[in-house]
Design a protein around this ligand. Structure first.
Ligand code: HEC
Length: 231
């Protein structure tokens, strides 16, 4: 239980509301605990979690743990929705998909590199608030290897190194990549990857287009051999 709790809290530092509440409820769910400690109730968990974010206002905290229809189903089914529930999720997620106003799903890869690496924004419960003038980052490296020169990466998600080199830059591939980043759950219901686009989430549609280019562009370091370490 302790590990689950720490996991939920550390994930909350960068995650969108959805990911936090998914982990939160998974941690209070006997089926998800998996270590024999099945006695923690949701109420007990919320109490501990609240105490861990002493600077968060009640509104900020409630916003984070609120479930939308997708998270309610994913929590109830432990991430295994049946066919009817999958339909409900996909319908809801596709309805929240949006694209940049200029219609370009392929932005500026150099900016995308910055957004993918960045971890600014989305915090609650800190004495020093996020700077609203600073664009949010996505912290993709928490879960994915991407640019081989980047020092360190998590492995909850698959490696994205050479993503564009392996898959090419066709229109359907651009659209798939954009949509995956904007709303991972529109493609994989109950995906553990955060939904980055949309109100209350971290990134603008333009930022998602920039990260799409960062993954796909032949000139991006993602698709080039790793540089030799500086001597
Ligand atoms: C909390 C962990 C987490 C974070 C953060 C995260 N992802 Fe993921 N991502 C995953 C997981 C898990 C999968 C595999 C399951 C799935 O497809 O939903 C995945 C899948 C993907 C895929 C599909 C890979 C394929 O083979 O088609 C892409 C593309 C992707 N992520 C890009 C990103 C980018 C770009 C970011 C940052 C904007 C990001 N991810 C942030 C966990 C994460």
């Amino acid at each position: 239980m302790k590990n689950n709790l720490l996991n939920a809290l550390s994930v909350a530092l960068f995650a969108t509301a959805g990911l936090y509440s998914a982990h939160l409820l998974a941690a209070g769910n006997p089926a998800a605990a998996g270590n024999g400690d099945t006695n923690i109730t949701e109420e007990q968990f919320l109490k501990v979690a609240k105490e861990s974010f002493p600077w968060a206002t009640p509104e900020e905290f409630d916003e984070r743990v609120k479930n939308d229809v997708t998270l309610a189903i994913c929590n109830k089914t432990n991430g295994q929705p049946n066919a009817a529930e999958t339909d409900v999720i996909l319908k809801f997620e596709k309805s929240r998909m949006e694209y940049p106003k200029d219609g370009k799903l392929y932005g500026d890869w150099k900016k995308g590199q910055e957004w993918a690496e960045g971890a600014h924004g989305g915090r609650i419960g800190f004495a020093d608030a996020d700077d609203p003038a600073h664009p949010n980052g996505a912290n993709c490296y928490a879960c994915h290897a991407i640019d081989p020169n980047f020092p360190g990466a998590g492995n909850m998600g698959p490696s994205l190194t050479n993503y564009g080199k392996l898959r090419g830059q066709s229109e359907p591939m651009i659209k798939y990549t954009y949509e995956k980043i904007y709303d991972s759950k529109a493609l994989v219901p109950c995906s553990l990857m955060p939904r980055y686009g949309g109100k209350g989430h971290l990134l603008t549609a333009e930022q998602v287009a920039d990260i799409t280019a960062f993954l796909l562009d032949p000139a991006s370091p993602v698709n080039l051999p790793a540089k030799e370490a500086a001597k």
